[in-house]
Design a protein around this ligand. Structure first.
Ligand code: NAD
Length: 254
């Protein structure tokens, strides 16, 4: 068994077709975990699976929109049947908003960002929990954001969704701390991935937030976020529960 205790463990990583999720999937697999790659994008999800297998690891993909209950159910059913349970859930998939200030946030922007970034992690965690409770153990890690810590890192919808992730993390930690289940989050600062911001040039939100985002500092590599995810999921973090760990080159210290 590896020092982090992931050998033979069943690990679900959402958004594992790209960026932070892919980096985490590769790291978990390198530590001997059986990894389920969940992503909307069929091509990139399969690229991650191929990369894991080429390196000698174990992975399979479930492709679909995490905001659909049928996809959530398929992820949990696949992980539990193929890998014999579900030990680690990494709720990582997410999308940016348009950096819109509240008055400029249209229903479609609000509803999609809240649905993908907050409701989908809620749904997947709800589906995964019974399997963790059965075994009396489990680690859940959320990818929050600098926008979970402050109002100056994104638009209204994304900021609200990521603050909601902090609430999910803390509620889970309190509700299940006596059941062997831990829930934590990372709060990445600027990180080099494929995430896209479709901000309207000159709009109020981007023009207010832009100068604050310029304070983000060094852009992290996705592997630096993955390292923090693995730590929080590992046995070494066994007494860490309900915390939000900034991985941001000190941005949140400003
Ligand atoms: P990314 O775009 O490279 O990867 C995100 C992945 O999630 C993609 O593969 C995408 O297909 C998938 N995805 C998106 N919506 C989905 C859905 N509905 N169903 C299934 N899969 C879906 O971006 P990333 O930067 O690696 O993002 C990962 C997480 O990190 C997100 O939650 C994001 O909010 C957070 N984050 C990123 C940064 C950054 O600077 N990159 C900073 C803070 C937080």
């Amino acid at each position: 068994m590896s020092s982090n205790g992931f050998e033979g463990r069943s690990v679900v990583v959402t958004g594992a077709g790209s960026g932070i999720g892919r980096a985490a999937a590769l790291r978990f697999a390198a530590e001997g975990a059986n990894v389920l790659v969940a992503d909307l994008n069929q091509e990139t999800a399969h690229e991650t699976v191929t990369a894991v297998r080429t390196a000698g690891g174990i992975a399979r993909a479930v492709v679909g929109d995490l905001s659909e209950q049928a996809v959530v159910d398929e992820i949990v059913a696949t992980a539990t049947s193929a890998y014999g349970g579900l030990d680690v859930l990494v709720n990582n998939a997410g999308i940016m908003d348009r950096m819109s200030a509240l008055a400029d946030t249209e229903d479609a922007e609000w509803e999609r960002v809240i649905r993908v970034n907050l409701t989908a992690p809620f749904m997947l965690t709800r589906a995964a929990l019974p399997h963790m409770l059965d075994r009396g153990r489990g680690a859940i890690v959320f990818t929050a954001s600098e926008a979970a810590l402050r109002g100056s890192a994104a638009g209204t919808a994304y900021t609200a969704a990521k603050h909601g992730i902090v609430g999910l993390t803390k509620s889970l930690a309190v509700m299940y701390r006596n059941n062997g289940i831990r829930a934590n989050a990372i709060a990445p600062g600027a990180t080099s991935t494929n995430i896209r911001v479709d901000a309207e040039a000159g709009a109020h939100g981007p023009s207010v937030v832009g100068p604050h985002v310029a304070l983000a500092g060094r852009v992290a590599d996705a592997s630096e976020q993955a390292a923090a995810i693995l730590f929080l999921a590992s046995d070494a973090a066994g007494n860490i529960n309900g915390t939000v760990l900034p991985v941001d080159n000190g941005w949140s210290a400003i």
